[in-house]
Ligand binder design. Structure first.
Ligand SMILES: C[S@@+](CC[C@H](N)C(=O)[O-])C[C@H]1O[C@@H](n2cnc3c(N)ncnc32)[C@H](O)[C@@H]1O
Length: 190
């Protein structure tokens, strides 16, 4: 499987533990270095910009995972077409992204149906502010991009937080049980 936007390799590690044969790809050399440390020397890791053609032949993977990556991209269709190309027929994409209803509120524009970029200020562990840039697009734009790239939507999930978060991170748990912060999709290549 391809972990597209694997970051520091948290999901890849979990999936390898469960028996998956994982290739990771990410734009960030720093995060790939952390992934390399976490995953060891055997796991293929590629420094790749998901806005460009992927460095893999057609029909290379049975599954593409892309966790919390697509909201960084201005356009989804070219990337999804590449996911479609590198998947075997009938292969699947599992992806998560910012929930468009919440990010449109964070963006502060009175415009749910538009597609636009916005910034959000995050506080780093050392207290310094960090400005993050994301792309908002409505659900209908996501569904249109999936269809145009040749995918059938099997499932859409508004996830609940894991129950143990009630003890380990009560404030985040409270927020996530009331706000749809993320959206998960399961897609099949048509
Ligand atoms: C929020 S992190 C998610 C990392 C990992 N998938 C996870 O769930 O832990 C977003 C990741 O997307 C990557 N990313 C953002 N834009 C990208 C691009 N154009 N091409 C490849 N990776 C990108 C970042 O480098 C980062 O690792």
């Amino acid at each position: 499987m391809l972990d597209a936007g694997c970051g520091s390799g948290v999901h890849a590690a979990e999936l390898i533990e469960r028996g998956a044969d994982v290739t990771g790809a990410d734009l960030s050399g720093d995060l790939l270095a952390v992934a390399r440390e976490r995953l060891g020397p055997e796991v293929p890791l590629h420094r790749t910009d998901l806005r460009q053609p992927l460095p893999f032949p057609d029909d290379s993977f049975g599954l593409v995972l892309s966790s919390l990556v697509l909201h960084y991209l201005a356009e989804w269709e070219p990337t999804l077409r590449e996911f479609r190309r590198v998947l075997v027929p009938g292969g699947r994409v599992v992806l998560s992204t910012h929930h468009p209803f919440l990010d449109f509120r964070i963006a502060g524009y009175d415009d749910y149906l538009g597609t636009y970029t916005f910034t959000e200020d995050w506080e780093q562990p050392d207290g310094r502010a960090m400005s993050m840039r994301f792309w908002h697009r409505p659900l209908r734009a996501m569904l249109a991009a999936f269809a145009a790239a040749g995918f059938h939507v099997d499932d859409i999930v508004e996830p609940d937080p894991r129950p143990e978060m009630a003890d380990t991170a009560p404030r985040a748990y409270w927020r996530l049980t009331r706000n749809a912060q993320f959206l998960f999709f399961s897609l099949t290549a048509r």
